[in-house]
Design a protein around this ligand. Structure first.
Ligand code: CMC
Length: 393
């Protein structure tokens, strides 16, 4: 019925209007609610930026304190949920655990299932932002066989996360404020990126008036893929492979250009940026700084820099306007802090959470929202006879 246009992968089609994030891929500009990420990265915290994205403005002192208190109050997960971890193999990828556990939150807080229950929404948002951090840290503790470290109300959002990740009963974790600062920066830089694959997933699932926990669980699944958030783990594994191979970056650039190789330079290229990803610029300089501060000499940083230089000189990458993206340098910082590589995409999920929430909320509050339902161009048989089984070739 009517004319249907074909745009696979949404290369040219806007799926929605949105007032959350402005992105100019030609110029390399990214702003949340109008504020440049460079400014937020320097001056804001992840909690404040989350408020900005979700509620549309910077919080005043009272609003910020109320929001932080709400996050602090909702950091525990139900004790019964702790038992879930026993059911997973210790080798389970934490992204699998994260998505399943976030979906499970809707069974513990069934009042969130009714999306018309407006009084619940702020609590549900706080629960998500706070508990995802706890689930992430617990899944790591489970994977290395250490006891869970409970959240502590006296700590900041990032301080609390670091403590749950790295403290052991025998020795408290000493929180380094420079690490807290760089973690805030990374989470802020991941906080939203308009209609990317996982955010579009959250919106599509939510458009069926599906609850926030379930919609976000779907977003986490989309993020896991190596072309999306999973790329940050792949980058470090690629850099390790180059290192193990003797550090010949040209060899890998050549491989990435060879279409038969099935190999891409991970952390390179972007659907919308046809210029240097502004997030990558901030992350690469933060990586240099924090490694120097911590006295870490990671050979992967030097390999990443050489790989970037080699690719940016190569006509293949120049012609296609392929630059390092957000995932290219982030893993080097996560490694320096002590995160294993299978936790990198979990950190991306934690950072992207306020963006997902903001988009779900914006969509739900728009009375013109309809269920997302793309069309297709049918290419199959028009009509066929049913051949009885005995007569089939
Ligand atoms: N290495 C080698 N060639 C590449 C790369 C790369 N990383 N990225 C794109 N190309 C080539 C691609 O083969 C194509 O060449 P041709 O025109 O000859 O067919 C051209 O560049 C355009 O690429 P595309 O696949 O049509 O672009 P896309 O917009 O569909 O894909 C992308 C974007 C990010 C999936 C892709 O660049 C990619 O696979 N990059 C590596 C994975 C990665 O780093 N993902 C993280 C993205 S940023 C954060 C996030 O979203 O999570």
């Amino acid at each position: 019925t009517g004319y249907v246009s074909l745009d696979p992968a949404f290369v040219n089609t806007a799926s929605t209007k949105s007032a959350i994030t402005f992105l100019d891929g030609e110029k390399g500009i990214l702003r949340y609610r109008g504020i440049p990420i460079e400014v937020l990265g320097e001056k804001s915290t992840f909690v404040e930026t989350s408020y900005l994205l979700i509620y549309g403005k910077l919080p005043n002192r009272v609003e910020l304190s109320k929001f932080s208190t709400l996050l602090t109050r909702h950091s525990l997960i139900h004790e019964d949920m702790k038992r879930f971890f026993d059911g997973y193999p210790s080798t389970a990828h934490p992204m699998a655990i994260l998505s399943a556990m976030v979906l499970s939150l809707s069974s513990f807080y069934p009042e969130a299932i009714d999306v018309n229950n407006h009084e619940q929404i702020d609590i549900t948002i706080a629960r998500l932002l706070s508990k995802v951090r706890t689930i992430a840290a617990f899944s790591y503790k489970k994977s290395i066989g250490q006891p869970f470290a409970y959240p502590q109300n006296s700590l900041s959002y990032c301080g609390n996360f670091l403590n749950m990740m790295f403290s052991v009963p025998a020795e408290p974790y000493e929180i380094d404020e420079d690490i807290v600062k760089v973690l805030n920066l990374l989470l802020i830089l991941h906080a939203d990126h308009e209609q990317n694959c996982s955010t579009s997933t959250v919106r599509l699932v939510g458009s069926a008036r599906t609850n926030l926990f379930a919609s976000i669980a779907a977003g986490i699944c989309a993020l896991w893929g190596p072309l999306h958030g999973g790329a940050n783990q792949e980058v470090v594994e690629m850099l390790e492979a180059i290192h193990a191979d003797g550090g010949d970056v040209q060899k890998f650039v050549k491989l990435a250009k060879d279409k038969t190789s099935n190999f891409r330079l991970m952390g390179f290229g972007h659907r919308v940026y046809k210029n240097y990803d502004p997030r990558a610029r901030l992350i690469s300089s933060a990586a240099e700084k924090i490694l120097t501060k911590l006295g870490i000499n990671d050979p992967l940083l030097e390999i990443a820099k050489r790989l970037e230089e080699a690719a940016l000189k190569d006509p293949y990458f120049v012609d296609r306007r392929l630059y390092p993206n957000v995932d290219f340098y982030s893993g080097i910082i996560y490694r320096a802090i002590g995160f294993p590589s299978n936790m990198f995409t979990v950190l991306f999920a934690l950072g992207r959470l306020p963006g997902w929430i903001a988009h779900w909320k914006e969509m739900m509050e728009d009375p013109s929202t309809k269920i997302g339902r793309p069309r297709q161009i049918y290419t199959g048989e028009v009509e066929r006879a049913y051949t009885p089984l005995d007569e089939r070739a």
